[in-house]
Design a protein around this ligand. Structure first.
Ligand SMILES: Nc1ncnc2c1ncn2[C@@H]1O[C@H](COP(=O)(O)OP(=O)(O)OP(=O)(O)O)[C@@H](O)[C@H]1O
Length: 574
């Protein structure tokens, strides 16, 4: 028999959330704002969280899900992301499932049966927006809600809802159904994103049927102060290198200088260990993790091959690979971040554990790196703490994608680097590609199609306006690359409509242990603004504007040279 929806007990905000934080999720303390968001979630509010990449948004819905009886449905855009999150939550002991196109039929039936049994074991259920549009799943949601067991719906990467945001998916717009149909009491919704402009925020409210006045809005600055942003400039029309390509030799020299520093550090550590613990072999150091983003699948393959030929450990990753292959590359990458390939010779009791057959040669560059050359298929939501750098080998698709992709670096809070290798020739190719995509989609739209395979438009959208937005968004990342006047952290903050603050003023206003962080705004809207922001953490603030301008002007082709070059060449269009 179904229970009355009105009898659903509202979760109390006096739940002890410090216990699960430490014992279940293995974290020492909440990051600023996480506590407030979690309490608001337990109190049943509608919530909008906009917080920097790697802020820890997942905890904000996973911890309340652990504390509450019933199911939290999480709507997530990427299958790879779903699988990672399901594994991570189950490892923490939160009963978590997903229903996606990869779920075997019998398992899916079992999950559906659990959801409808009146007292489900499931705490977190990950689904795609497309599944939420199906009548069968809506029936299950209705029943779950009637039984008082639908605790919350979470929309992760909520910027995907908006045709103005990147990676727009039409099925997100059908999520309006949730608030309209799951009433009495109204199902609480939590929307989370790292990259929403003011326009995208508006769309998120609109398409989730959230009332601004009733929704608690939490935001942090988009800033990632531990990431050093840098651009290097090249000309494809007038290369200086005899090979006719300046970019790869630069990348190789850059990686070699990182390798040389690593070797010096290892030698120093080994010398120290040899004097302090002469009978113990020092542990080997894991290799350095990095992602190199390129714009085409072919380029992921050819660049990985070039790096391998230079003795550097690199693997290509793109959506054209078999899912099993992608999973394998991803898990090799994750294990490289934790693996210590040369175990110590003795344990604490001086017992021999294992003597390696031979010492790996740490001066060999093949030991220094584990790299992935990737398209955007390896991006949003990837949470590997120790990625030390993200290189864009060419122009990112737009500023939002750039923030998501560079945001994979330094998620452990330690120093990390974002480097764009920029040419005006690639700029012109990218503009051409986007124009081609737009006209292809417009043609399809005129033909009355609902959507194009792998494309982003539906007949409900306004192709003109969306095309304009895509060009604007591309223009923003071009401006970011061409900019030689404004701090790069500041430019990013301004794009996402976040106020910048005077570091000194904020530091002076703040007291207590969360030094450097300020809570502002009325109760319904809380923001923390990281102290602004750039502590020599971009090329402009480090080198000075004049020097970067000189570098840019010397490095780049003129507009005319670039356009003549790209018109002459016969490049692959993917
Ligand atoms: N309070 C905390 N203390 C320590 N680590 C934390 C805390 N909260 C979250 N983390 C860790 O921070 C990392 C990033 O968290 P998460 O993946 O949820 O980030 P995110 O905000 O969703 O980022 P993105 O938008 O880039 O996907 C994870 O490894 C997570 O375990």
């Amino acid at each position: 028999m179904l229970h009355s929806t009105l009898k659903r007990k509202k979760p109390a905000s006096n739940v002890d959330i410090d216990y699960p934080l430490k014992k279940v999720f293995q974290k020492q303390a909440f990051r600023p704002l996480q506590r407030e968001i979690i309490i608001a979630a337990l109190d049943g509010h509608d919530i909008f969280v906009q917080a920097a990449t790697s802020f820890g948004k997942s905890l904000c819905f996973q911890l309340p899900a652990w504390c509450s009886k019933g199911v939290t449905v999480v709507i997530s855009p990427l299958l790879a992301l779903v699988q990672n999150q399901v594994n991570a939550a189950n490892n923490f002991g939160v009963t978590t499932y997903s229903i996606t196109s990869n779920t075997p039929f019998t398992q899916r039936k079992e999950i559906e049966a659990d959801l409808q049994c009146g007292h489900p074991h499931t705490r977190l259920l990950y689904v795609t927006p497309e599944l939420c549009s199906t009548e069968n799943f809506r029936k299950i949601l209705r029943r779950l809600h009637q039984q008082g067991q639908l605790i919350r719906v979470t929309v992760d990467e909520a910027h995907c809802i908006s045709e103005w945001g990147h990676d727009f998916r039409p099925a997100y717009k059908d999520l309006k159904w949730l608030k309209a149909n799951l009433q009495c009491p109204s199902v609480p919704i939590m929307a989370l994103t790292a990259t929403a402009t003011p326009k995208v925020r508006k769309d998120i409210y609109k398409y989730l049927n959230l009332k601004e006045a009733n929704t608690l809005f939490f935001s942090t600055s988009t800033a990632r102060p531990n990431i050093h942003y840098e651009i290097q400039y090249f000309s494809e029309s007038n290369p200086r290198d005899a090979s006719g390509d300046d970019i790869y030799p630069y990348l190789l020299a850059w990686l070699t200088s990182i390798h040389n520093r690593r070797v010096l550090m290892i030698q120093h550590m080994q010398a120290q260990a040899a004097t302090q613990f002469p009978s113990t072999r020092p542990e080997a150091i894991p290799s350095i993790l990095g992602i190199i983003y390129v714009n085409t699948r072919n380029l992921t393959e050819s660049l990985a091959a070039k790096l391998q030929a230079s003795g550097i450990n690199a693997q290509a990753y793109h959506a054209g690979l078999e899912p099993q292959q992608r999973l394998k590359i991803q898990s090799q990458f994750v294990s490289a971040s934790t693996k210590h390939p040369m175990p110590p010779l003795f344990n604490q009791n001086q017992d021999v554990i294992q003597a390696p057959k031979h010492d790996p040669d740490e001066t060999d560059i093949s030991r220094s790196f584990t790299l992935i050359t990737a398209t955007n298929a390896f991006g949003m939501g990837i949470d590997i703490p120790t990625i030390r750098f993200v290189v864009h080998y060419g122009l990112p698709r737009n500023l939002e994608s750039f923030i998501q992709e560079s945001g994979r670096a330094g998620r452990d809070g330690k120093a990390a680097q974002s480097l764009i290798l920029y040419t005006r020739e690639e700029r012109d190719r990218t503009i051409y590609r986007v124009k081609m995509d737009i006209s292809k989609e417009a043609r399809h739209h005129r033909d009355g199609g609902q959507s194009i395979p792998g494309g982003t438009l539906s007949t409900q959208t306004q192709p003109q306006a969306q095309a304009q937005q895509r060009m604007n968004s591309l223009q923003k990342v071009i401006e970011y690359c061409e900019n030689v006047a404004t701090c790069r952290h500041k430019l990013i903050g301004e794009y996402f409509g976040q106020p910048t603050v005077d570091t000194q003023a904020v530091r002076a206003a703040v007291s207590g242990e969360e030094s450097g962080v300020k809570v502002i705004g009325p109760v319904s809207s809380k923001s923390i603004i990281s102290p602004q922001v750039c502590d020599y953490a971009c090329d402009l603030c480090k080198e000075g504007a004049t020097s970067v301008k000189r570098r840019r002007d010397r490095g780049l082709a003129s507009d005319e040279e670039a356009s003549q070059f790209t018109q002459r060449e016969n490049w692959d269009y993917e």
